[in-house]
Design a protein. Structure first.
Length: 87
């Protein structure tokens, strides 16, 4: 479970023993993580690429060229977005 202390949000990843997650139905199934610090974003993208993940532009035009899109092992898309989020 991820979330800031006292924040009104959290992100929880779940799993079930013996259950294989199915593939994502479309490229629009995205988890977008907003990273406003450019140096931190670039370092995170570099870590993904150094670990063998291919990054590219997301299919969502609203995220523009400042989003590094990667596919996780289950086929879901994760975007590291170099921008802040005002919510």
């Amino acid at each position: 479970m991820l979330g800031g202390k006292g924040a009104a949000y959290h992100l929880e990843f779940t799993s079930r023993a013996g259950h294989k997650a199915s593939r994502a139905p479309t490229e629009d199934n995205l988890l977008v993580l907003y990273m406003p610090n450019r140096a931190g974003w670039m370092a995170a993208v570099a870590r993904l690429e150094n670990a063998g993940h291919q990054t590219g532009e997301t299919v969502q035009p609203v995220l523009g060229q400042e989003g590094a899109d990667v596919e996780d092992p289950d086929g879901y898309r994760v975007v590291l977005q170099n921008a802040g989020w005002d919510g």
